[in-house]
Design a protein around this ligand. Structure first.
Ligand SMILES: [Zn+2]
Length: 327
């Protein structure tokens, strides 16, 4: 994913800052409200799911690690979901490489017309173009946070959902080919990020698939992560932002889920909103103090398992389960 800068986006940010600034003074550490369901989520299990992915090595399309991890994800979803689908597609990257890609979709209660989507990208970036060390900038990254953390949380969510029989239909989507976008040294117009979600969203529109809303996770595993109201999320689905951030704050996670707006990010949720016309938000770690707007390890070789914090995985997973439980 990358930051999105055009003037229209800045106007959008200013409008949203206006909408949300009144919420800033809330106590960030308020206690869970009486009556909020606080389901169990195993941080240890989620962490193991992150590690299992990074143990394959960087999950870059057209590599053996990518194929092996796909098989693992299909098998794990198969243990918990009612059905698992693989959507295979070939797509051209910015440099002309044809990426043999697959979106992996696990469904709970596929017959239920009332549905929501939980999603994350499962591929990892083919080059560490933001690494401090220039010699590393063409090496692929483990993507423990950028990719594996969201998938790890969702696999543990799937394990919990299987045990509790959700009232609504839930589709867990692992998007491929999100992070093969142009390196920072290349300025090429075009939508080179989120290639898997672009493919999925166009298919969804063509086949009439629908869902009430979706929640995307991206970079949900760093210590002291900060999740703001990312501006595309607030623009397309502010009611869902309020629901999720409200739930997190009731659970006492206000230091993570902060009621402030932040830059729009070109990520998978943008294409689901635009092409499938399904409102989807992005829970994504944005760091307002860093030069890139993202956590320090973003698109570097330091994005590895040693920088994954179980507490953050737990905060995000518990929030998702509580949102589902309280729908
Ligand atoms: Zn990325």
């Amino acid at each position: 994913m990358k930051k999105f800068f055009p003037a229209a986006a800045i106007i959008c940010v200013l409008i949203i800052i206006g909408i949300t600034s009144c919420e800033r003074k809330k106590d960030k550490r308020e206690k869970p409200a009486a009556g909020i369901e606080c389901p169990e989520f195993s941080a240890d299990s989620a962490f193991q799911y992150v590690k299992r992915q990074t143990d394959f090595g960087p999950r870059v399309p057209n590599t053996e690690a990518h194929a092996n991890c796909a098989a693992f994800l299909v098998a794990e979803l198969g243990r918990f979901c009612d059905t698992v689908e693989i959507e295979r597609f070939d797509v051209k990257a910015y440099d002309g490489t044809v990426l043999h890609s697959q979106n992996i979709i696990g469904r709970f209660a596929p017959e239920n017309e009332r549905r929501i989507i939980l999603a994350s990208h499962w591929d990892s970036r083919p080059f560490a173009d933001h690494d401090q060390n220039e010699a590393n900038r063409e090496k692929p990254i483990d993507g423990a946070n950028d990719g594996a953390s969201g998938v790890g949380v969702l696999l543990e969510v799937a394990r919990q959902l299987a045990a509790r029989n959700p009232k609504i239909g839930i589709d867990i989507i692992f998007f491929d080919a999100e992070d093969y976008g142009t390196p920072s040294s290349v300025d090429l117009p075009g939508d080179w990020w989120g290639l898997g979600s672009q493919h999925w969203a166009r298919q969804a529109a063509a086949t009439g698939y629908n869902a009430e809303f979706g929640i995307l996770l991206d970079m949900v595993g760093a210590s002291d992560a900060t999740f703001y109201h990312e501006s595309f999320s607030a623009y397309y689905a502010n009611d869902i932002v309020s629901k999720v951030w409200g739930t997190a704050n009731k659970l006492g996670y206000g230091q993570y889920f902060i009621n402030e707006s932040a830059h729009p990010i070109t990520d998978d949720h943008l294409y689901v909103n635009k092409y499938a016309n399904i409102k989807m938000i992005d829970i994504i770690h944005q760091d307002k103090k860093s030069g890139t707007g993202f956590p320090r390890v973003w698109h570097t070789l330091d994005d590895n398992i040693s920088n994954i914090d179980k507490n953050t995985l737990s905060v995000v997973g518990t929030t998702l389960l509580a949102v589902i439980e309280n729908l």
